[in-house]
Design a protein around this ligand. Structure first.
Ligand code: FES
Ligand SMILES: [Fe+2]
Length: 391
């Protein structure tokens, strides 16, 4: 798992006047809204004696710990210690990490890391959300598989006719041959375009939107962004476009919460939402059936423990990209976290730790950066790699 990316923490509508506990990257967080409606994301471990803040309550602009009532503002600073006499100054160390948040596409995103704003990788865009002519449906899935396996599945053009038998024709003796893919590099990921035979299962209404009676080619544009977001743009017919955005949040090792935001430019009647959700859930369940059985649960540390063929080239590319993000020192040292599981409460370093020392919790340990690779040059590094490949 990696720090220094934006992760979808919860659906906006689920954070109202009560604190909400969220587990991400193997750590606990609390989300709450202040009186102005601004949502905050704090480390869930009270700096007093470690109680879970999410079990407390929202008190004005603060979250109040359920144990002894310490209150923390949105910046993570303790503002009230009820049991202390009035003339005792609140120690500076009475604070918890506070993470930048933003609300987009009906979701609350938290930046789990310590990068200053100018260096943060952006959230994967969902341009059509809220735009005229588009309709959104959002589904949240919780799975016991690793997000990296899920991203690779999303990039996998060879699995459709075997996994999605409900809506993809399997032509015996004439399998779909994945053509060599032109990978398009982006600052924070890679994408490709592929044409596939149209699915057999077509909703009648979809057919109605086609220019031709029997659409034969299905255009798919897909790519990943950062460690755990990906998008799939499907054009079943020239007039029917679906743009699916998957914000995957690593909950813990081998546990993933997937927020899907699915945009469509046709069948926009709210009555059709149910059919869209049904179809998306059907497809997700088909993928999950395979993903839950893959071993090892995590990606092997070397590709020679699997057999990559030409149609897996974009997965290999994703793995290379992960190595780049590891080289800048963003990967959590999970072995160290696990070793200390029962005796150390960690917090992911928040941006404030860059400028201020003396925190109560230890920072989540990270795999050390490779010499000469710094967090401030990651985007440049990315571009350099791309330019080198183009030469
Ligand atoms: S543990 Fe939170 S106030 Fe004491
Ligand atoms: Fe799939």
């Amino acid at each position: 798992m990696f720090i220094n990316f934006w992760y979808a923490a919860e659906q906006s509508e689920n954070v109202t006047d009560k604190p909400v506990g969220v587990h991400m990257l193997g750590q606990d967080f609390v989300l709450f809204r202040d009186t102005s409606g601004q949502v905050h994301c704090l480390s869930n471990v009270c700096a007093h004696r470690g109680a879970a803040l999410a079990g407390g309550k929202v008190n004005g602009d603060c979250i109040e710990c359920p144990y002894h009532g310490w209150q923390y503002n949105g910046g993570g600073q303790c503002t009230t210690i009820p049991a202390a006499s009035k003339d005792v100054k609140i120690p500076k160390r009475a604070r918890v990490d506070s993470y930048p948040t933003t609300e987009r596409y009906g979701l609350i995103f938290a930046f789990l890391g310590d990068l200053p704003e100018s260096e943060r990788p952006p959230i994967m865009e969902c341009k059509e959300y809220g735009q005229e002519g588009w309709r959104a449906t959002t589904i949240v899935f919780d799975w016991d598989f690793d997000y990296k396996r899920s991203i690779e599945n999303a990039l996998d053009a060879a699995h459709n006719e075997f996994v999605h038998t409900t809506h993809v024709d399997k032509k015996e003796g004439d399998p779909f041959r994945v053509p060599p893919l032109d990978l398009i590099d982006h600052d924070w990921g890679t994408s490709f375009h592929i044409e596939m035979p149209a699915p057999a299962m077509f909703e009648e209404k979809m057919r109605d939107t086609a220019d031709r009676a029997e659409p034969s080619i299905f255009h798919i544009y897909a790519g990943y962004h950062g460690v755990s977001s990906f998008w799939t743009f499907i054009e079943p017919t020239p007039k029917f476009i679906r743009r699916q955005h998957f914000y995957e949040t690593p909950v813990d090792v081998g546990k993933t919460r997937i927020f899907t935001v699915d945009m469509r430019n046709n069948m926009r009647d709210p009555k059709d939402d149910e059919r869209m959700v049904y179809m998306d859930t059907l497809v997700m369940n088909e993928d999950a059936k395979v993903l839950l059985g893959i071993r090892p649960v995590l990606q092997p540390t070397t590709n020679i423990k699997e057999n990559f063929v030409q149609s897996d080239s974009h997965m290999a590319h994703y793995r290379e990209k992960l190595k780049e993000w590891e080289a800048v020192g963003w990967r959590i040292d999970q072995d160290e976290v696990d070793r200390n599981k029962m005796k150390v409460a960690y917090a992911i370093s928040s941006p404030a730790r860059r400028t201020s020392k003396n925190w109560t919790l230890d920072p989540v340990p990270l795999v050390p950066a490779k010499t000469g690779v710094t967090t401030s040059n990651i985007a440049n590094l990315d571009r350099n790699v791309r330019e080198r490949k183009q030469e």
